[in-house]
Design a protein around this ligand. Structure first.
Ligand code: FAD
Length: 318
């Protein structure tokens, strides 16, 4: 664990990290600046920044045939990371996905990260594209996250895709995703954990989990990981419930279960503010249980929502 310097705190308290999303195309960085300025003097252990695959959109031409182009709704992962690193002095972890990238394009992206001094990456396969039933790798691209991890480990040894004389090895520390309630496509839990172990064996040195709303799933998951010999830090991912709709949307999107007590409390709420209050209370209970368990860090999927995250932070610091 000591090898992951991101997780060191001066006072020995459990570090807190956050995930943010790049803004939608055209919205600029005001929202991101507002978020970080709103945090005042508090600095997260690290900020991970999501990557969003392009989707096909129709371009209707006034004259000539209509065409389809690939467009990314949220570009700017690299730009946001660079801005946070150089302007705010934060430790950043860009997400890197297999979907939409050939292996050469992944290498290009990694070269940019290397030149910018960004040594931590979170490597993901990416979800299937909208409309695709299953994940399809880009032609010449990686099919599984483990393959991209292996590609990066190879770069760390100075092996680029085409032979480079006197190549300079990179020094990436690689994080990968883990699923306390199993990845939705996995044949079974055991196989999913073994696939996770494969990512670690290929060179991953930390794991960040998918969100979960009952700590027992995380505790059981960590036990299963340790049993198969996964020894790297496992960082729990937490999301604060902020609307009644999320009671149905989140289990569907993220293959997670909501505890009956949380569903009941949220359904009894009369407005959004009350739901957020319940969501924050629940997240704080989860966080305290996880700290007691001895997690190396608490990672919050903030959805760039400063108001809600500030309530969590206040709760954790009081
Ligand atoms: P993999 O590890 O490749 O696993 C995918 C599935 O394949 C699993 O079911 C696994 O068991 C199975 N599998 C693995 N290896 C093999 C093999 N060799 N043979 C057969 N089956 C195998 N998505 C984004 O698009 N952008 C993001 O920024 C993003 N950030 C995320 C952050 C976190 C913390 C988490 C938990 C998820 C994030 N995701 C993101 C979602 C992620 O891309 C999806 O969950 C995706 O469906 C799986 O990604 P993975 O890296 O876990 O895939």
């Amino acid at each position: 664990m000591a090898e992951m310097e991101l997780l060191e705190t001066s006072d020995g308290s459990t570090p807190i990290s956050i995930e943010i999303l790049p803004p939608n195309r055209g919205l600029g960085l005001d929202g991101i600046h507002g978020f970080f300025q709103g945090l005042g003097d508090w600095k997260p252990a690290f900020v991970s920044v999501t990557y969003h695959q392009a989707h096909k959109i129709d371009v209707i031409e006034a004259e000539g045939p209509d065409t389809q182009i690939w467009n990314r709704k949220k570009p700017g992962t690299l730009g946001v990371c660079a801005m946070l690193k150089f302007q705010y002095g934060l430790k950043v972890i860009p997400h890197l996905i297999c979907g939409g990238f050939s292996r050469f394009e992944s290498e290009d992206f990694l070269v940019d990260l290397d030149y910018l001094g960004m040594e931590n990456v979170l490597v993901l396969r990416g979800d299937p594209k909208k409309g695709d039933g299953e994940f399809k790798p880009h032609s010449g691209g990686n099919q599984y996250a483990s393959e991209l991890v292996a590609q990066i480990s190879s770069l760390n040894k100075g092996n680029y895709l085409e032979e480079v004389k006197e190549a300079k090895p990179t020094n990436f520390k690689i994080g990968v995703a883990g699923y306390p309630e199993m990845h939705r496509e996995a044949v079974d839990f055991k196989v999913d954990i073994l696939n996770l172990k494969h990512k670690v064996d290929e060179g991953a040195s930390f794991i960040i989990t998918q969100m979960f709303f009952e700590n027992k799933y995380f505790f059981e998951f960590v036990k299963k990981c340790r049993e198969v010999g996964i020894t790297v830090p496992i960082i729990p991912g937490l999301k604060v419930l902020t609307s009644k709709r999320q009671l149905e949307v989140l289990p569907d999107l993220f293959h997670t279960k909501m505890p009956a007590s949380l569903i009941e409390e949220v359904n009894a709420c009369e407005n959004r503010e009350q739901v957020i209050e319940v969501g924050v209370k629940h997240a704080l209970e989860q966080a305290r249980g996880l700290v007691e368990f001895g997690v190396p860090c608490l990672h919050f999927f903030t959805m760039n929502d400063l108001t809600t995250f500030s309530k969590v932070l206040d709760g954790l610091r009081s």
